[in-house]
Design a protein around this ligand. Structure first.
Ligand code: ADP
Length: 470
């Protein structure tokens, strides 16, 4: 969908010419940078003059494709081809290595994009994906094509390739075990690894094996000592973090229960007072009571969100299931929320004309969260549009606003627990950063999807789709 459902206008011919020109310049610049950094790497240390351990261009290539788009790939091909040609490779060998290098960056950036990778590397998931899948897969392609080209061109023979320090291979599984299973995982992994390493060393199969087995075992022991300390520290940090996290969840659960009880009686007494003042016709008192009631409702929504959050964390969020008429639910929610704003008009476009099996209150809650956000984050706008669309297998509800929007870098993260956009503009709005997280969880539990499209200062469209189920 185009951003904010604007119709697509074809570019003017002069704009298109400028587009080609700017792509051309970028491609040339990229090939020059590629060429320069590659020459630098090769000047440091080269295997048969072609392969080096210092190869900046791979990283530069991936970054360029991620930032500026795949269409810059010719820059990589030209750069890599020229480097190898000038380095004395036969023409076809240079083409082969060039294609390998180009594919490496294309595949890596494709994998990273597809996985909705966060460039900041601030999530364990992103780091693991980058090091365990994207980098090895793409490097394998480049290395295979490169070495095959060199072998076919008879530039190298197989015996001239160096061995790989296998000892490093123990780190990824150990770190994974420590991160995933904490202390127990780390110690079990170290135990298994030690047995394998000792047997291997004695049998002459490990990198530590020497003519005299006891020498080898001494080396092995110091190596395993360092490995064990490293992974135990890591596991301890992880365990501590998890415990703190758990204590925080328990605190939220307790606090929200404790807050709810007095609030419920406050609500009761407010209603009682209102009933007393109505016959007296005391307009001032009624006005203040109405204001009080609004604030109490806000507070109780916050507390309800906190309670839901702790239920989600504990896996205790329960769902009822019934056939829900989508159009009337959307209308009901929109009408209720219309009462809370005199500035915005909430319009409904399209019709669902269907019933869907779901938890009515929870589905309503998703809609409420999205529409209240749309109101809150578009203080200058007058319109909010709820779009309903139905295909043969799914129903999509989109809430569009014309407000402050969300910068691209934050869009993936707004559905995370406690995440709030930290720009100067966004920071001025009150909130806890859990409404979208709850919406995400509810939609997820209904086997649906939720996503956002947004342009800063123009607005956001939050959509979710639910599959039809028998
Ligand atoms: P909050 O209580 O902070 O609104 P949410 O989980 O509902 O928590 O939203 C998380 C963050 O996403 C918000 O802090 C805000 O920065 C951003 N956000 C949510 N909805 C919108 C919107 N319609 N327009 C702009 N930003 C939004």
């Amino acid at each position: 969908m185009s951003d904010l459902r604007q119709t697509h206008v074809p570019p003017h011919p002069s704009q298109r010419k400028w587009g080609y020109l700017s792509s051309g310049i970028k491609i040339l610049a990229l090939s020059a940078i590629y060429f320069g950094t590659a020459r630098f790497g090769l000047s440091l240390d080269a295997v048969s003059g072609f392969a080096t351990l210092v190869w900046l261009p791979s990283g530069i290539g991936v970054a360029a494709l991620l930032l500026f788009g795949y269409r810059l790939w010719p820059g990589l091909l030209i750069g890599a081809f020229l480097v190898n040609l000038l380095n004395g490779a036969p023409l076809l060998v240079a083409v082969g290595i060039g294609i390998g290098n180009t594919l490496e960056s294309v595949v890596a950036s494709y994998l990273l994009r597809r996985n909705r990778f966060s460039y900041a590397l601030d999530h364990l998931r992103d780091v693991l994906f980058l090091v365990l899948l994207a980098m090895p897969a793409s490097a394998l392609i480049s290395a295979t094509l490169g070495v095959t080209s060199l072998l076919l061109g008879k530039v190298i023979t197989l015996s001239s390739q160096r061995g790989f320090p296998r000892t490093y291979l123990v780190f990824p599984p150990l770190i994974w075990a420590a991160l995933r299973f904490g202390q127990r995982g780390a110690t079990s992994a170290i135990f298994i690894l030690s047995i394998l390493a000792i047997v291997g060393t004695i049998r002459g199969l490990s990198p530590f094996s020497t003519a005299d087995p006891s020498d080898g075992l001494v080396f092995l022991q110091s190596f395993m000592g360092i490995v064990a300390v490293t992974s135990l520290i890591l596991a301890a940090v992880m365990t501590e973090r998890r415990e703190l996290e758990q204590r925080k969840d328990e605190f939220i659960s307790m606090a929200s229960h404790e807050l709810r009880t007095p609030l419920t009686s406050l609500q009761g007494y407010t209603e009682l007072l209102r009933r007393n003042f109505v016959p007296q016709g005391n307009q001032d008192a009624l006005l203040y009571l109405a204001k009080m009631s609004t604030q109490i409702n806000k507070l109780s929504k916050l507390i309800a969100d906190l309670l839901d959050l702790s239920k989600i964390q504990a896996g205790r969020l329960e769902f009822a299931e019934e056939a829900v008429d989508v159009d009337s639910l959307v209308r009901e929610v929109a009408e209720n929320l219309q009462q809370t704003t005199s500035q915005h008009h909430i319009a409904i476009e399209g019709k669902a004309q269907c019933e869907i099996m779901c938890d009515k209150d929870r589905l309503g809650q998703v809609l409420i969260n999205l529409i209240t956000n749309a109101i809150k984050y578009s203080p200058q706008a007058q319109r909010i549009i709820v779009h309903l669309t139905r295909t043969h297998d799914a129903l999509t509800i989109a809430v569009q606003d014309f407000g402050i929007g969300i910068p691209k870098a934050h869009q993936e993260k707004v559905f995370e627990r406690f995440y709030r956009v930290s720009s100067d503009q966004a920071r001025t709005y009150p909130g806890l950063g859990i409404g979208l997280y709850i919406a995400y969880q509810i939609v997820e539990r209904h086997k649906g999807k939720i996503w956002v499209e947004s342009v800063e200062d123009q607005g956001s469209t939050f959509s979710f789709s639910l599959p039809f189920r028998p």
